[in-house]
Design a protein around this ligand. Structure first.
Ligand SMILES: Cc1ncc(COP(=O)(O)O)c(C=O)c1O
Length: 398
């Protein structure tokens, strides 16, 4: 049995075939937009990637030259979206033994930087931040709050309200390995009238890129099935070399903002209809990890949020991560895709950012130690128990 936490791990064969033959019915886009408008109570723009929704949000805010505060433990796509729109980035460090920043730390940044006009919160891996306090601080300081739900569609905050129902703006991602995963897709929800209207037309997604997205679930399904053998790795290498696989960080026409293709909409909508089932499953799997894995590898602050989290991935924290990754690889468990392996990840992109070493010490420490365990629908209770056992065996062998 092969276990993955990426490479199309959300998909099964039936999904792969559906994606291959997805139909382009215009009404599916209307249905999706209306559904999201009613769920998140705002005006919705459907785009090709979450990062494009972030760019659109910043365009509409019309505050170019000012600063956006973001989590100091994040994805390069977030940094890039802000930089592309001509804003400055301020990294806000996460709390010790947690995955999000606090309202107190945000307050300090606001005091020190009068240019800070917009804040993105992130609910990393689905574990909710203290949105009630953060939103109070933003209101008191006239700061626009954007909820980035790339990890946290379906998460709930401490007062029970669903993620995406608090901020002025909401960003959704339907890209690879997310809770709602259709290879690619994104949306911006404008909940408060803090922005100007969008005037320019969006571009159409390149047809080669759409073909790559269509075949991605089937190709990755085959790779994952065959990975324990020579063929899977070879197939993976060939498809990567010839650039046939959709990549999370690079795509055709990356400089533009694109309209979400109609053929992507039906599947995204049906995944929203099945969201509760998806979240229930992930919660069950996260609880198994929490119960079975040696407590030395867990953060209480994270485990206490399982009940409220979308549990996109379950984090454990180890000193010698490389050794655990390679031990698990020998057991046919492939977990080398780490969110996040650097304060602005992936690590190889760090030098393109203006992140100053030492500015977010908690994020630096966590990014060195974190490993994400999969909770997706292809992980059974038995898989989670087995994975927990293997991790404990590795720990005892040290
Ligand atoms: C926190 C966060 N926001 C935004 C994004 C970008 O989403 P997308 O890949 O849909 O552009 C990512 C990427 O994974 C992310 O981790």
């Amino acid at each position: 049995m092969n276990i993955f936490n990426s490479l199309g791990s959300n998909y099964n064969l039936s999904f792969a075939l559906k994606a291959l033959f997805a139909e382009s019915k215009k009404e599916n886009k209307v249905i999706l937009r209306e559904y999201l408008e009613s769920k998140y109570k705002g005006e919705v723009y459907l785009v090709y990637k979450g990062r494009e929704a972030l760019r659109l949000a910043l365009k509409l805010c019309d505050l170019k030259g000012s600063t956006v505060g973001i989590c100091g433990f994040t994805c390069y796509a977030v940094y890039e979206a802000i930089a592309k729109e001509g804003y400055n980035v301020e990294y806000i460090d996460i709390e010790k033994d947690s995955l999000n920043f606090s309202a107190e730390t945000l307050k300090r940044h606001i005091k020190e930087n009068r240019d800070l006009k917009i804040v993105f919160i992130q609910n990393t891996l689905g574990y909710p931040c203290d949105i009630l306090e953060i939103s109070k601080v933003c209101k008191e300081n006239n700061i626009i709050l954007l909820e980035d739900l790339a990890h946290s569609v379906g998460s709930r905050y401490s007062n029970g309200s669903e993620a995406g129902t608090v901020g002025d703006l909401v960003m959704l991602s339907f890209s690879q390995d997310k809770i709602v995963d259709n290879v690619s897709g994104g949306a911006l929800v404008i909940r408060n009238q803090v922005t100007k209207k969008f005037g320019t037309d969006m571009k159409a997604v390149d047809s080669k890129q759409k073909i790559k997205d269509r075949i991605y679930p089937l190709m990755t399904y085959k790779i994952r099935k065959l990975y324990g053998f020579f063929f899977g790795k070879i197939l993976h290498r060939i498809l990567k070399t010839f650039n046939f696989l959709s990549r999370p960080m690079e795509y055709i026409g990356q400089q533009d903002i694109h309209d979400l293709p109609v053929e992507y909409c039906r599947e995204i909508y049906s995944q929203f209809l099945r969201l509760d089932k998806n979240i229930d499953h992930r919660k069950k799997i996260a609880e198994i990890y929490k119960k079975n894995i040696d407590k030395r590898l867990l953060y209480d602050k994270v485990c206490n949020l399982i009940d409220k989290s979308s549990n996109l991935r379950f984090p454990i924290f180890v000193e010698d991560r490389d050794s655990l990754v390679s031990y698990l690889r020998n057991e046919k468990i492939f977990l080398s895709d780490i969110w996040y392996d650097a304060p602005v990840a992936p690590r190889k992109y760090m030098e393109k950012t203006e992140y100053k070493k030492g500015s977010c010490p908690n994020s630096e420490r966590v990014s060195k130690n974190i490993l994400n365990l999969p909770t997706h629908r292809n992980i059974s209770i038995k898989d989670a128990e087995l994975l927990s056992r293997k991790i404990n065996i590795w720990l005892q062998s040290l």
